[in-house]
Design a protein around this ligand. Structure first.
Ligand SMILES: [Zn+2]
Ligand SMILES: [Zn+2]
Length: 342
């Protein structure tokens, strides 16, 4: 008799269905996780729309998930232990991996994109992806460790210095986390621009300075803040053409743009605009191991607010609604799915 579980399965563009599927087993070197919360990311929206180059249907999406251990052949994983998943799957053999850059492995895969992920009651993952969590940390907050790791990596990779002025273009989950992280890293003022009223409200509730880009010009606000100079470091976290263009104009001479937002289509970049003022543009893909670990420690210590960015916790049956809410963005920031509720 096969045991079954409920899973939200992607079958191709705009097709996601709640189904009863065989429950995975913890094979050798694997850990079976009971999923508590799984986040919906921009990447999941791309997969849903059929725009992701690697995802193949049928697939259980979500690379941002936390839960508890069910079984494993490794005695260090005890049943019931709360864990987060670092979803990166590197090959260990390519030139990037050999140079200690496994996080940008030339064949990088992710649990939830290249293998089944967290939008199910259970998920079996390689032991090396499992990160134990401290018992007191609410799993709903731990669900933000993965996107927080991106924010940690972006700020660590930046030239931001204590006392700097900075700007974050886009207040989606990663934007909100990056802005909090920049403040923690010592930025004296962090200006966040955004178009979604809900996301602006969250940024304001966190005490961040905001510009409603539907009413005001973010560049004007940035120039006002910096006496016409521009900011030394700007974080582009929306990945849309408007903010990609704004980033070039927001940076000061020899400033730096951290390209965190993942454009859904090939964007246009004003190379001359960068060249004339010697602005550098640094792309950010995911995070190093140490960034993920620091994100876990920041969550455990409640250093940053990981509650306010979560606007929705939906049952497994409402994955499609969650994807559309996150995509539309006007009323949503981070959407989490709770597979414990079907
Ligand atoms: Zn993600
Ligand atoms: Zn590799």
């Amino acid at each position: 008799m096969t045991t079954t579980m409920q899973a939200s399965v992607w079958h191709g563009p705009h097709q996601v269905r709640l189904e009863s599927v065989p429950r995975p087993a913890a094979g050798p070197g694997q850990v079976l996780i009971q999923v508590a919360y799984a986040g919906i990311c921009g990447t999941d929206q791309m997969i849903y729309q059929g725009l992701h180059p690697r995802a193949r249907a049928p697939l259980i999406m979500s690379h941002e998930f936390v839960g508890t251990v069910v079984t494993s052949d490794d005695p260090q994983f005890q049943a019931g232990q709360p864990v987060a998943i670092n979803p990166l799957l590197s090959c260990g053999a390519c030139s990037a991996c050999r140079r200690g850059l496994a996080f940008i492995c030339e064949h990088l895969g992710l649990v939830g994109i290249d293998t089944d992920g967290g939008l199910a009651q259970f998920c079996s993952v390689p032991q090396h992806t499992v990160r134990p969590l401290p018992p007191g940390l609410p799993l709903v907050e731990a669900a933000l460790i993965e996107p927080l790791a991106v924010a940690v990596h972006a700020v660590h990779a930046s030239d931001l210095r204590v006392g700097d002025l900075t700007a974050v273009l886009g207040a989606g989950p990663v934007g909100i986390l990056t802005a909090q992280m920049a403040r923690l890293a010592g930025a004296r003022r962090v200006l966040v621009s955004e178009v979604s009223p809900k996301r602006l409200e969250i940024a304001q509730a966190l005490g961040l300075e905001t510009v409603d880009a539907t009413k005001d010009d973010p560049i004007r606000a940035i120039m006002e803040m910096t006496a016409g100079e521009g900011v030394p470091v700007v974080f582009e976290t929306a990945g849309v053409q408007t903010t990609l263009d704004q980033a070039t104009r927001a940076a000061r001479v020899q400033g730096q743009i951290l390209q965190v937002g993942m454009p859904k289509r090939v964007p246009q970049i004003d190379i001359t605009g960068l060249q004339f003022r010697e602005i550098s543009r640094k792309p950010i893909r995911v995070y190093r191991e140490a960034d993920f670990d620091l994100a876990g420690a920041l969550a455990a210590d409640h250093t940053l607010n990981l509650t306010l960015p979560v606007t929705h916790v939906l049952p497994l049956a409402e994955v499609e609604r969650g994807i559309l809410l996150a995509h539309e963005a006007s009323e949503a920031c981070k959407v989490l799915i709770s597979p414990e509720q079907v």
